[in-house]
Every structure is written in structure tokens, then in C-alpha cells.
Design a protein around this ligand. Structure first.
Ligand SMILES: *[C@@H]1O[C@H](CO)[C@@H](O)[C@H](O)[C@H]1NC(C)=O
Ligand SMILES: *[C@@H]1O[C@H](CO)[C@@H](O)[C@H](O)[C@H]1NC(C)=O
Ligand SMILES: *[C@@H]1O[C@H](CO)[C@@H](O)[C@H](O)[C@H]1NC(C)=O
Ligand SMILES: *[C@@H]1O[C@H](CO)[C@@H](O)[C@H](O)[C@H]1NC(C)=O
Ligand SMILES: *[C@@H]1O[C@H](CO)[C@@H](O)[C@H](O)[C@H]1NC(C)=O
Length: 301
């Protein structure tokens, strides 16, 4: 309780990332498409809000993508052919309210992923919210490059993410990747070529999903009698540089606000906030769980 209070006081005066497009109230269809299981989605508020739900029947699928950039992927049989809109840099955000009730075993996500989904070579940046009976809720994050999955971190959220919408953002430019929760940095991954080609550089699209996994509930299934479990998403404007080919260098241009000076590194207030997150809310860090500690950990911790 004290810690939560401290967080509120500290961030009460707030700092705010410059507003980009300002066009927050855009309908879902402007930038996104439902690519799977459309009967488990519901639109609210003139399509400025979408609800993804999961129940026992939809849940038998291991993995399903429900939200995906408009015109990005066409499903032809079993193969995906990519089309125009993937991104090479940006400040990608979504407002999300997690399913309530006992959601053990349910995972809600918002992430960037390169396509085609080539397991061994893909780049990906993840927010994964693990269901629970009550706060604190665990937010798991990962930065995957060239299929290397072992860069997971977990924090405990300092609020109840099931009662209100909160803003989750991914800043991705040629200098750094930063994951923000309500504009508070919770993870930084710097681009330092001297430690190797481990920074995500492939064009990525944005996806959101809800799914079930037994590992998220110590081997048991969700309590489906409490379902369907519903995740609410808002904020479908996108501040990103569309990538026209596999080489994302064109997206490093300073004409894009998110590549500018302000976004090269954390400012002092952000640094301070990040220190507090690491000190009080970080519950798992691959950097300390792996021996020897991977080289990027020295510059990111
Ligand atoms: C949206 O996805 C569905 C299912 O994959 C597809 O049939 C439809 O053509 C897509 N619509 C757009 C506008 O991309
Ligand atoms: C994945 O990407 C790599 C590098 O581009 C390529 O060599 C490999 O064949 C791809 N695998 C699949 C299954 O597409
Ligand atoms: C998800 O839940 C369904 C229904 O209970 C179950 O059959 C399935 O095995 C679960 N999937 C995973 C990956 O846990
Ligand atoms: C939790 O689930 C139970 C059983 O379906 C329902 O009666 C109750 O209203 C739910 N509570 C919330 C907060 O959704
Ligand atoms: C990517 O494009 C830039 C110019 O836009 C070029 O300088 C660079 O060599 C290219 N990189 C690769 C790997 O092709």
C-alpha cells in the first residue's frame, strides 16, 4: 500500500510525452482489422472501443490474433502474405482495461511483431498481462530479436488494471526501445551495435490478443464458469513510420517526432521514475536470472 501511494505521489505531478497526432478518437477500422474469431469481438462507442472476449469454446485455441493492422495481412490458405502497412519506428500506444474476476490462466496482450511470423528469425516487443484473482497483477514484457526469446522481464503493476483504462506504449526508434505504463518507463532496451545485432530492426505490425495458457495458472485451466473474460481496447490512432521494405533505415528520419532529441534517452524525471519501478516493482529480470548476464544488460539496467 505504501509503495502504491508513493508511486501516485511521485507521479502525481506528471510528465507527459508530447502528444503526436492528437487524433485519439479514431474508429478501430481506420488502422486495424479483426483477423480471427470475429464473433468474439464487440464494438462500443462508434467503434472507438473494441472488446475482445474469450470463453471455454474459443479458448480451445492455443493462440489467436484478434486485432491487427488494417490491410496488413491476407490469409491465403495457411500462408500469410504481407502487404503494405508495417512500421519501422514509432510511438505505439493503446488504452486497455483488463478482464476482471478470477482471470488466472488468461493472458491479454498488445505487441509489435515482424511478419511473416518466422519463429526463428522474428522480431517482437510484447506487453503480456497475466490474469489473477486480485491485484497485484503481473505485466510480463519481452524484447525478441532474431527469434531470441530469452529477454523476459516482469513487473507488478501498482494499480488494479481491471477497473479503469490505462495507457500502454512502446517507443521504438533507432536509439532505444522504451515500454511505458501511463507514461512511466518500465523497461528500456538501448540500441548499441557494439554489443551485437540484437536490436529489433525488422518492420513490425501491431497486434492484440486474448488467450489461455496453463503455464499462467500453475498448470490448471481458467475457471471458465466466471467467463466470458473481456478485455477492452481504446485508442486506435497510430504514430508510426510505415515501412515500405525490409530495410527500415528510412524510418530513422528526424522528420518523425519520435526519432527526435526528446526520445533519444530518458530525461531526468523519467530516469528517476524508472529507478523506482526497478527498485519496487520489478519481480523477474532475465538479466539477473541468466549467468553470465547477457551483454546488453550492462547498458540497460
Ligand atoms: C480483415 O481480416 C479478414 C479475416 O482475415 C479478411 O477477410 C478481411 O479481408 C480483412 N479486411 C481488411 C480490410 O483487411
Ligand atoms: C526465416 O527467415 C530466415 C532468414 O530470412 C530464412 O532463412 C528462413 O528460411 C525463414 N524460415 C521460414 C520458415 O520462413
Ligand atoms: C484453453 O482452454 C481450453 C478449454 O478449457 C483447453 O481445452 C485448452 O487446452 C486450453 N489451452 C491452453 C493452451 O491451455
Ligand atoms: C464474476 O463472475 C460472477 C459469476 O459469473 C459474476 O456473478 C460477477 O458479477 C463477476 N464479477 C465481476 C466483477 O465481473
Ligand atoms: C538500408 O538503406 C540505407 C539507405 O536508405 C542504406 O544506406 C543501407 O545500406 C541499407 N541497409 C541494408 C542492410 O541494405
Amino acid at each position: 500500500m505504501f509503495q502504491a501511494y508513493y508511486m501516485i505521489v511521485l507521479f502525481g505531478f506528471a510528465f507527459s510525452l508530447p502528444n503526436m497526432s492528437g487524433a485519439e478518437h479514431v474508429p478501430f477500422e481506420l488502422n486495424y482489422n479483426i483477423t480471427y474469431s470475429s464473433h468474439h469481438t464487440q464494438f462500443l462507442n462508434q467503434h472507438e472501443e473494441i472488446v475482445l472476449s474469450i470463453d471455454k469454446h474459443s479458448g480451445s485455441l492455443i493462440y489467436f490474433i484478434l486485432l491487427e493492422i488494417h490491410l496488413h495481412v491476407n490469409k491465403c490458405g495457411n500462408t500469410f502474405t504481407t502487404s503494405l502497412r508495417r512500421y519501422g519506428s514509432g510511438l505505439f500506444g493503446i488504452r486497455l482495461k483488463l478482464p476482471s474476476n478470477d482471470t488466472g490462466g488468461i493472458i491479454t496482450t498488445f505487441y509489435l511483431i515482424s511478419l511473416p511470423n518466422n519463429d526463428t528469425h522474428r522480431d517482437e516487443v510484447d506487453f503480456e498481462f497475466l490474469g489473477n484473482k486480485q491485484p497485484p497483477y503481473t505485466l510480463s514484457t519481452n524484447v525478441i530479436s532474431n527469434g531470441n526469446l530469452h529477454r523476459e522481464q516482469q513487473i507488478s503493476l501498482w494499480f488494479d488494471p481491471t477497473t479503469y483504462f490505462h495507457l500502454y506504449q512502446i517507443l521504438w526508434n533507432q536509439h532505444q526501445l522504451v515500454l511505458f505504463v501511463d507514461e512511466i518507463p518500465i523497461r528500456v532496451f538501448k540500441n548499441d551495435p557494439s554489443i551485437g545485432p540484437i536490436f529489433p530492426t525488422k518492420p513490425m505490425e501491431i497486434q492484440g490478443t486474448i488467450w489461455n495458457a496453463t503455464w499462467a495458472k500453475h498448470g490448471s485451466l481458467p475457471d471458465w464458469s466466471l467467463g466470458p473474460f473481456k478485455a477492452y481496447y481504446q485508442g486506435f490512432d497510430i504514430d508510426g513510420c510505415p515501412a515500405t521494405n525490409l530495410n527500415t533505415t528510412e524510418c530513422h528520419d528526424y522528420k518523425y517526432a519520435w526519432n527526435g532529441e526528446y526520445y533519444k534517452s530518458l530525461n531526468q524525471v523519467q530516469e528517476h521514475a524508472y529507478e523506482i519501478v526497478k527498485r519496487y516493482y520489478l519481480k523477474y529480470n532475465y538479466c539477473t536470472a541468466t549467468h553470465p548476464s547477457p551483454p546488453e544488460c550492462k547498458i540497460n539496467n
